[in-house]
Design a protein around this ligand. Structure first.
Ligand code: HXC
Length: 516
């Protein structure tokens, strides 16, 4: 064959592969408000950097006349590219081919990408839009999924894994994203569920729609499966690009330090007035975080789920840090099941990828109640204790106001081996809040008093003076320094700088047994 013809054949094959499931299905994809697999990659990565692999792979299925339809690429676009100039591996489901459903060849392509990412120490990004296991391929489709799940687990904590859910994700398609570090979902158009509305109706007689069952909003606010909720696909890609700026390429590297232009010695006198005089009055913890971090840029994770705690990424003097902070505006900042899970997972993520953890504490305790106890607050709350104790990255804690009981221990206390522990003068560190404490230890004294209310008030005042301050803790070295709130930023930065070469020993073991 003349070389010109050979090139023509290649061009023709490329053209066919790029058509995926054909023009009609591409149009249908656009009509639904979705981009195609390749359009998505082009919008996500640095212009012109995507190199596609396995473009001509086809399936080998024979059932249900599958041998008559063999689209090139088999419904998933895979390869590598650069984002912000750094290497990433990508797979992008092509919904126009068998609804993005996963069969043997499709799975192999994804596995190849994951193996390359592991060998080369670079993040993996999955753009998901899939009907789940390809029904016509039977057990090999299940095997293909299982191989992906194995790799998701193998690379967990070695390279960052990010999933964007940009359409339906049914059945097996949800478990791979669930095993990754972060899930981004697009509003109104994406969903994730194990069993769809038809099965729910057949099995339980419950009537529910796609959106209500597993839409982006539900997963971002109720289940916590989604870490980020994007208005549309371009916003989902912006979120991924920004997220990557905070992360190292792999667990052997430190996250990149970027010049932010925000002076490290910047003082913030406004923080002296942040805490209301009345300890029962809430304030917005995110105000504190924004005032302290570089350029007020706080990249919140899980913003809409378990809002009584806030977690996210930011920079301090250009260093990437993970922030964990109680949020008094929601449930008084108490720790419950979901907030414990949320913070524990985030602390563990930071620890995997060498991101120091900065904790701001204002917590009245673990949430009481039948619902919480029966839901397993003991088990879930223990996860947070475990995560902080396990983490060996630099840990810096600032007690801003309340730090009571087990929640004090959990939130990056000295005893979880936090490196530097600051407190503001407004800090209250005790076994429990004054009201509850005097009711228990002075029950007899109060009931014997002539004026019980007056006596109770007096005892509360006394308790508050004794415990509701940082100085008992400072006297025992449990707090390293009581600081002027205005100096929080410079103190955090100097602590961070002093801890850049930190190394901490943990006994060798196969793995710990976090209470899941
Ligand atoms: C094969 C599939 C498919 C699948 C969709 N298609 N899902 N083909 N296997 N799992 C095909 C359709 O036949 C159709 O082909 C094309 O994809 C587009 O699908 P539509 O239904 O027309 O699109 P839409 O109306 O947008 O609905 C999308 C959808 C729906 C919500 C995803 O297709 C759906 O409910 N699919 C089944 C989802 C499901 O139950 N999956 C679970 C599989 S079991 P044509 O030729 O008409 O274009 C599983 C367990 C694995 O995953 C466990 C692993 C551990």
């Amino acid at each position: 064959m003349p070389s010109e013809d050979r090139l023509k054949k290649l061009e023709e094959m490329e053209r066919l592969a790029e058509l995926g499931g054909g023009r009609e299905r591409i149009e249908a994809q656009h009509k639904k408000g979705k981009l195609t697999a390749r359009e998505r990659i082009a919008k996500l990565v640095d212009s012109g950097t995507f190199i596609e692999l396995d473009k001509f792979v086809t399936h080998r299925a024979l059932n249900y006349e599958m041998d008559k339809v063999k689209p090139l690429g088999d419904g998933v676009v895979t390869g590598y590219a650069k984002i912000n100039g750094r290497l990433v591996y990508i797979f992008s489901h092509d919904f126009t081919v068998f609804g993005g459903s996963l069969g043997e060849a499709f799975g192999r392509k994804i596995n190849k990408i994951m193996d390359l990412a592991l060998k080369n120490g670079a993040p993996i990004i999955g753009l998901c839009d899939s009907g789940g296991a390809r029904i016509q391929e039977g057990v090999v489709a299940l095997a293909a999924y299982s191989e992906i799940f194995f790799r998701n687990t193998l690379v967990s904590g070695v390279v960052p894994q990010i999933s964007a859910i940009l359409g339906p994700n049914a059945g097996g398609a949800v478990y791979s994203p669930a095993l990754t570090d972060f899930v981004v979902m697009t509003k109104k158009i994406s969903n994730m569920f194990i069993t769809g509305p038809d099965v729910v109706k057949a099995a339980l007689g419950q009537e529910v729609g796609f959106e209500e069952l597993g839409g982006a909003e539900v997963n971002a606010t109720k289940s916590g499966v989604a870490h980020f909720l994007a208005d549309d696909e371009p916003q989902a890609f912006t979120i991924i690009r920004k997220l990557l700026t905070f992360l190292p390429q792999n667990n052997a590297e430190s996250p990149p330090r970027l010049a932010t232009g925000d002076p490290p010695d910047r003082v913030e006198p406004s923080l002296r007035k942040l805490i209301p005089d009345n300890p029962q009055v809430p304030y917005d913890m995110k105000e504190l975080i924004r005032a302290v971090v570089d350029n007020r840029d706080y990249f919140e994770v899980h913003e809409l789920w378990a809002q009584n705690i806030t977690v996210g990424l930011a920079r301090l003097d250009g260093y990437s840090v993970g922030i964990v902070a109680n949020q008094p505006t929601h449930l008084t900042g108490a720790l419950d099941i979901d907030s414990s899970d949320k913070a524990a997972r985030f602390v563990r993520f930071c620890d995997c990828f060498n991101i120091p953890v900065v904790t701001f504490v204002d917590v009245p305790g673990y949430m009481p109640g039948i619902e919480q106890e029966h839901g397993g607050i003991i088990r879930h709350g223990a996860k947070l204790l475990y995560a902080y104790c396990e983490a060996t990255v630099p840990k810096i804690t600032v007690i801003v106001r309340k730090a009571y009981g087990g929640a004090y221990c959990a939130m990056g206390s000295k005893f979880s081996r936090s490196d530097i522990n600051y407190a503001w003068p407004s800090a209250e560190i005790a076994v429990m809040g004054p009201e509850g404490a005097v009711n228990i230890i002075f029950r007899d004294k109060i009931s014997a008093a002539k004026d019980r209310n007056k006596e109770r008030e007096r005892l509360i005042r006394e308790y508050r003076e004794k415990f509701a301050n940082p100085y008992e803790a400072a006297a025992r070295g449990i707090i390293d320094e009581v600081i002027d709130p205005a100096l929080t930023r410079p103190r955090l930065i100097s602590a961070l700088q002093s801890l850049t070469n930190k190394s901490e020993y943990r006994p060798p073991r196969k793995h710990g047994n976090i209470p899941l």
